[in-house]
Design a protein. Sequence first.
Length: 504
Amino acid sequence: MEFFNKAKAVKLRSHLGKYLVADADQEKVRQSRNGSTQKTKWIVELVEGKTHFIRLKSIHGRYLTATDVPFLLGMTGEKVAHADFDKGLDWKYEWEPIRDGFHVKLRSWCGKYLRANGGTPPWRNSITHDDPHATSTRNWILWELEPVELPARTDSYEESVLSSRSSGDISGSEPPSPMSVSSVNSSMRTSISRISSNEFRLGMDLFHNAKAVRLRSHSHRDKYLLADEDEESVIQDRNGSSKNVRWIVEYVPGYDNIIRLKSSYGKYLTASNQPFLLGMTGRKVLQTLPSRLDSSVEWEPIRVGAQLKLKTRYGNFLRANGGLPPWRNSVTHDIPQRTATQDWILWDVDVVEIHVSSSVQKPTPPPMPHSDSLNFESDTPSAVLTKPAKFSRQEQSTDSNVGSPPKMEGRTIYYHIAEDNGEVDDEGVQGYSLIFKGNGVEELTSKFKEETGLEDVIVCTRSPLNGKLYPLRLQLPPNNVTMHVILVLPSSKLARDFEEQGLL
């Protein structure tokens, strides 16, 4: 909330990389990839008497409004409008910012969240306020904030500012002046550090006094995070005595809940945007030395019992993969979709070197009641521990389970939704996904109805011979390999073509 106290105007970017836009000629708000237009700028107004709420005003002088009108009859989600201010309904214009990692959620008056929808029309590019019910839509309520300078003083903007001043919505007697992006970015980093929750502080507790650590996969008990000799790749390896499993801990100025990890080659653990495999979830984790240290090299420790998760600015987690090559021993950042892979993002921390100088600036963690927390002696003779400190309970590992992947429960199915003419938007990038345990197409179709909220769909696959879409028949392939499918609506032109060809 402190960021909004300082920022005069922002852009909000959704998980789809699209911006929240307010058009002058209509009441609706939508998403757009064009982030350079003035329509993407929203003026921040503080709500008088409510320290944790804001209003967002477009450059046209209208407010982002959470209505109680259903977006589609019989479906979840209410419309979000772009409306003039009405004092009798002032609560509909109020939003509560809730931080979620590097992102923010905006909660409306009824406890729902501002949501950027994807999929086929009329959902595509629409904005509603809703609660995400499906796993594949939980990121749809996360927004990335971009501080911007205030728009130029057009007549409509000047009128809106004077109106808000007269109503007492913005504190101060002087008109707002433009703020530089750099100054707002600085204040944003400071404010984020101040509002850290106990959950994040507990994660930092595992790095208390740490100068260097080893990270051991909790799911693959004998494998460590290792900086490969090619000085680019990051993998898992059983050799815990190698210098390449040692990572230097750097505390990020302005944060008390973010760290950087530097390899033995002087490069940083980096969450890249490169897909690990085309069409699959999971992005590459590399060791890089960028000219400017940005958020791709910053990790947020989140404690889970005696282990931790390392979260990226994108909301993904550092993940140790198992299974067959090329997944075996690989490291990606991702969100686990299956129960069997939930532990793949958990890591045990072994502190191998500590800071003994009290002058080193580092976060001060709260006292921990856990019996497995360390208490470093002030008279430690050496900064290097002769025996790494374990933050996890010891578990026995037998030769029978070394390197064996967890049992797979069902298969992952990635899907896109086709346009009316059969074209698929962004088919080359990672689609939505679900876990399916059956083998029948009818059962899979019902699962997609439940997951997407669409009344009916035709599950199709693309022919490897000619690239055309064809409906799936009675049974899926007999094994549990990952599948990629396209959903086609029965009312579409492509569905009518299927009927004419006798494919339905």
